[in-house]
Design a protein. Structure first.
Length: 95
């Protein structure tokens, strides 16, 4: 399984076709909620693109995939701190 934010590169399509079972897409609101979870529970500031994997795992789509019983291991990489800290509280209040 792989999560993507944006378009899949032309050169990666054959790899995805052969090795990826499902693709999960997430909305901006789900990404912000994942960022908020990182901040509130982990005390870590993560930039939006770095929280996409967590947003995918928290999504209903992932829950449906997980209920099939085919997932054995899931890893999430949280990355980046490229966030304007002065705007962070306003960012979270908008959702």
């Amino acid at each position: 399984m792989i999560t993507c934010r944006g378009f899949i590169c032309f050169f990666l399509r054959p790899i995805f076709r052969d090795m990826v079972d499902a693709v999960i897409t997430v909305e901006e609101e789900e990404i912000v909620n994942a960022m908020r979870m990182c901040y509130e529970r982990l005390k870590v500031v993560v930039e939006p693109s770095g929280a996409v994997g967590l947003a995918a795992v928290l999504s209903e789509q992932f829950e449906m995939e997980a209920s099939k019983g085919t997932l054995q291991h899931v890893g999430i990489v949280l990355s980046g701190g490229n966030v304007d800290l002065s705007a962070l509280s306003t960012f979270f209040q908008d959702i």
